[in-house]
Design a protein around this ligand. Sequence first.
Ligand SMILES: [Mg+2]
Length: 320
Amino acid sequence: VVQGERMRDIGEFAFLRRVLADLPQGPEVRVGPGDDAAVLDLPPLPVVVCTDVLVEGSHFRRDWSAARDVGRKAVAVNAADVAAMGARPVAVLAGVVAPPDVDVAWLMELAAGMQDGAADAGCSLSGGDTVAGPAITVSVSAIGVVPGATVTRAGAHAGDVVAVCGRLGYAAAGLAVLTRGFRSPRLLVDAQRCPQPPYQQGVVAAAAGATAMIDVSDGLMADLGHVAEQSGVRVTVELGRVAVPTELEQMARALGVDARTWVFGGGEDHALAACFPTAGTVPQGWDVIGRVEAGAGVDVEGWPDWSTALADGGYEHFRR
Ligand SMILES: [Mg+2]
């Protein structure tokens, strides 16, 4: 990449040639990038597809995140959605809108980040498109296969236990740090720049008999609210069962906020939350945090004013 080179200098085709030059493709990819469309060899299994869009200013800021982080995150959020259905990500496709004066180097790094994200999730970046437009917009679609059972948000039953796998609150803590103008601690800031979802655990949970599953993108309570609503049940989380990591406690104390609002209200870590028929069926690496009951809505047992606290913390309010 030539220093200072802009997209308007090289055009779309030259850019795509550079990006696609040596993108590794997994065994399921019969035709990779460069043709009219990619061709995948998928076994006769249910196929999961999803898409997600990130817009500069709303979902990322170029002064907070490197292009590589943005690309990696764009793939991660989609692969997490695939995992949350009990599926294994196979391929992702990317659509990128960028102003003509954007640095070619920035877009090359964006593509490299997408490749990193695909490698993290064990899938291939198998195609994409790039067009000129007013704001940087990154759209990624993911394709996955379901080796066992598909797990939706709608299958939880009264009597199930609720368990989580992955980080909660780190990305929100990182956002709090960044919005106050700090760039450290790196653990938290990096968690905001790019999540590390437990991709393989989606299939594991499905094999263990998960009745419902979701990835935590909007916040633990908000997302369990989606499960409660779509399953027609009530989800009760027990405060004492949800770990508040020391790193978050320390940062929250320094900033004068309640770390629990990050853990219960912060999204973007893309942990997996799932319901299982009994505590004995919960896979290793998952922590039981609550239970499913007859009724509606969500509650935190042991934290009477949790809903107000999360709303005060700036998270979208939702009814119990
Ligand atoms: Mg999701």
